[in-house]
Write a protein that binds this ligand. Structure first.
Ligand code: SF4
Length: 287
């Protein structure tokens, strides 16, 4: 029996940068605007270093002399202004890719485009991008995209349209959404916003699924990209588990001759290592 790691897994560039910024800002009154990343282990570690999480609803907090770190998902321009008005010094850890999406959405909206924004509607990244293009049409799947496109076509058939997606949306889902809108707006400008890190992890997992009997995806349950990896493993017909720590590995895994290990972009290296070691102790050993 053996464990095979996906060719690409774990921390992406944006998350690594955000965590490293947060780690260097300790020792002062430091907050992150919402959870820095979707991984409970990392959040607990930061909490122990004195970095607190500011809830988005805390609009009356006194932030004078406080540092507020904007997380990798970004926030709306309104939230940024509000934090500055509360006295905070902002440290922007918005991932550069997410920042690029925010700027693109702003530019398209200001140029008169009807903008479709695809992804999980309540996800912080989408909420942040929407703040730069408040009239955009949020679509969660191809069915919603078709309904929104039909409604827009009925009221404004000559609209210039563009589609922008959450960086963690799956390539297949994004294509289906684009196809659905093209039925009404064949000339829609489809912006490729899917992050290479996400795509690499998804493609690596698809390849891994062909080599193994079961899959373990390591990462936070609140993490959108981790959940997508889990869904990809299930869609490939593999027995699959999403675990936040080694303690959650089920004994049933020991029955599988070959186990693949993948991890979301917000899963730290030490958690991946710990899970791999625990798999080995379940009777699975590396080549
Ligand atoms: S997945 Fe990509 S876009 Fe998202 S934080 Fe990581 S590097 Fe940035």
């Amino acid at each position: 029996m053996k464990v095979i790691r996906a060719q690409s897994l774990g921390y992406c560039m944006g998350v690594r940068r955000a965590v490293s910024i947060a780690e260097t800002e300790t020792g002062k009154k430091v907050y992150t605007m919402g959870p820095l990343i979707h991984n409970p282990r990392v959040l607990e570690d930061l909490r122990q270093r004195g970095v607190q999480t500011l809830e988005t609803s805390e609009t009356s907090a006194d932030l004078r002399e406080a540092v507020v770190i904007i997380r990798a998902h970004g926030v709306t321009p309104r939230q940024e202004r509000q934090l500055v008005d509360q006295g905070a010094r902002l440290v922007d850890a918005t991932c550069l890719r997410v920042k690029a999406s925010q700027m693109k959405a702003k530019a398209l909206a200001e140029s008169g485009y009807a903008l479709f924004l695809a992804g999980e509607k309540r996800h912080g990244e989408l909420v942040g991008i929407q703040g730069y293009a408040p009239d955009c049409l949020l679509v969660g799947n191809a069915g919603e995209a078709e309904a929104s496109a039909a409604a827009l076509h009925a009221s404004a058939p000559a609209s210039k349209t563009a589609l922008l997606g959450q960086t963690t949306i799956s390539t297949d889902e994004y294509s289906l959404i684009a196809q659905a809108i093209r039925r009404y707006f064949p000339d829609i400008e489809v912006i490729d916003t899917i992050c290479g890190a996400t795509r690499d992890r998804q493609n690596a997992l698809k390849e891994l699924c062909q080599l193994v009997d079961a899959i373990v995806v390591a990462g936070g349950r609140d993490s959108a990209n981790t959940q997508r990896l889990f869904a990809i493993a299930q869609a490939a017909g593999k027995a699959a588990w999403l675990v936040e720590s080694a303690a959650e590995l089920p004994d049933a895994l020991a029955a599988y001759p070959t186990v693949g290990l993948s991890a979301g972009a917000s899963t730290p290296d030490n958690v991946i290592d710990e899970i791999e070691q625990a798999l080995q102790q379940l009777g699975v050993c590396c080549p």
